[in-house]
Design a protein around this ligand. Structure first.
Ligand code: NCD
Length: 472
């Protein structure tokens, strides 16, 4: 499918074949940099960076300059009308009328989705809070491909802050799309969120198995392995003797170690910060002596703090500076494809992974709001016009996923618009795990964040609900 005028908000927006097309064009462009100056001549890219950035912003800007286009940018929210309380929707409409393409980085999860919904031009997410960072993932996959030819069947250890690292979240889904196995190696308390594990298994298949026995590497350094993901195509069946299989597969070593820094700016509790002291796993020369890392590429989206020692820089396995450098041809290819300045090179057949399921969508301007405080839909300037919008990803237990930040949650109270239509005394709410909940058709579903929320909207406890139970 053509990429012209499309948005890139999450890695789900690109199929396997489309990512391969970006890589193939990036190869071509890096071999002929000087010949690209007319590719996007006359086009304008707007860079809206409301969070700090070095690599992402500068490589996007360098990419557009190398394509012969020009760049307008905001790199400090305090210097734009956002500081006066302007909404993202208005910002998107305005900037979309000045530029041909928008790149946005924002601390709120789902911010890029809102900009994409309101701007008439293609929008690229350059990082939205702890949610996703799909173009970093393109650089990561491109590096794996360049160094190892084939991503399918690789074993990648994801290291450090797996809870708040947006590069990790995008990479998890992309690696699953390419058929790689993953080892989750978090700092204690910074494990992959359940939301992400649930989506991974439900939509990409495969299995996640928790690892309970603490591991040590052959060099004696602890290996913080918490869980393993194996793709459906993996020859090993985890369900059968998981520990034995994990040990066998680990014995063969990992292909890449993807290290991340603690994303302290997103920590919610002081315990998260305190829990790190002396516990955050460090990758250094000593760790890499372990047999398991013999042929492991050392990757990092950068910036690094203390988790990746400088003594690794000269090691030929270190890839992080190459990863950053490859950001320019990757972003050149992406911009050219979204602007229709280049056609998609024909690459491989379409997706190897299962297509994303079509979940029913829930949308209401009252009732439950997304419970994620970092979600764009909960912010004062945005809540005025954004309705609560969720995908109903499971009925048992009833589970909703916010369309903006993708946070999943299980509401406690529900009602049906069908049962009370026209009759006020029939406005009853029920517990979401009750018999009634299963009978409600998706289009009639109303979800409440609490009893107070249900009652403020004029609903009374259901007749079949123990009143005490419902009020708990
Ligand atoms: C990452 C980011 O901003 O999420 N940096 C980047 O874009 N290369 C990683 C980080 O900040 O730790």
């Amino acid at each position: 499918m053509s990429l012209v005028n499309r948005d890139l908000v999450t890695v789900d927006d690109l199929s396997y074949g489309e990512m391969e097309a970006v890589f193939s064009l990036a190869d071509e462009m890096s071999d002929s940099m000087a010949e690209q100056l007319n590719t996007c001549h006359g086009k304008v890219m707007a860079c809206l960076f409301f969070e700090p950035s070095t690599r992402t912003r500068l490589s996007f800007e360098a990419a557009m300059h190398r394509l012969g286009g020009s760049v307008i940018s905001v790199s400090d929210a305090r210097a734009s009308s956002v500081a006066k309380g302007e909404s993202l929707a208005d910002t998107a409409r305005i900037v979309g009328s000045y530029a041909d393409i928008i790149v946005i980085r924002h601390p709120w999860e789902g911010a890029a989705r809102v900009v994409a919904d309101y701007a008439d031009v293609p929008v690229i997410n350059a990082g939205d809070g702890g949610h996703q960072h799909p173009t970093q993932t393109l650089c990561d996959l491109y590096t794996l491909k360049k160094e190892r030819k084939n991503i399918h069947g690789l074993k990648i250890a994801l290291w450090g802050d797996l809870k708040y690292g947006r590069t990790i979240h995008s990479l998890i889904f992309a690696l699953a799309k390419f058929g790689a196995d993953m080892l989750f190696c978090p700092s204690p308390g910074l494990e992959v969120p359940d939301n992400i594990i649930r989506k991974l298994v439900a939509e990409y298949g495969g299995q996640v198995e928790r690892v309970t026995t603490p591991e040590r590497t052959t060099s004696g350094v602890p290996f913080p392995l918490d869980a393993v993901y194996m793709t459906p195509s993996s020859p090993h069946q985890l369900a059968m003797m998981p520990d034995v299989n994990i040990a066998v597969r680990l014995g063969k070593g990992v292909d890449a170690l993807y290290v991340t820094r603690p994303q302290k700016e997103r920590f919610v509790t002081t315990e998260e910060e305190q829990g790190l002291e002396g516990k955050y796993p460090v990758v250094d020369k000593q760790l890499l002596k372990g047999k398991r890392f013999e042929r492991a590429l050392v990757m990092h989206p950068l910036p690094r703090v203390d988790e990746l020692a400088y003594d690794v820089d000269a090691d030929p396995r270190s890839m992080y500076f190459k990863q950053a450098a490859r950001g320019v041809p990757i972003r050149m290819a992406l911009i050219a494809l979204l602007l229709g300045a280049r056609e998609s090179p024909a690459t491989v057949e379409e997706d190897v992974s299962a297509p994303t399921p079509e979940y029913p969508v829930y949308q209401r301007d009252y009732g439950a709001r997304c419970p994620n405080p970092a979600c764009v839909s909960t912010k004062e300037s945005e809540a005025k016009y954004l309705k609560s919008e969720f995908r109903i990803v499971s009925r048992e237990p009833l589970t909703l996923r916010c369309v903006y930040c993708e946070h999943g949650f299980q509401p406690e109270y529900i009602a049906s618009s069908d049962w009370h239509e026209g009759r006020l005394d029939a406005k009853r709410y029920h517990r979401a795990d009750s018999y009634w909940a299963k009978k409600i058709r998706p289009e009639n579903l109303i979800v409440f964040g609490s009893v107070g929320d249900a009652e403020a909207n004029g609903f009374k406890p259901g007749r079949h609900e123990g009143k005490k139970k419902a009020r708990k």
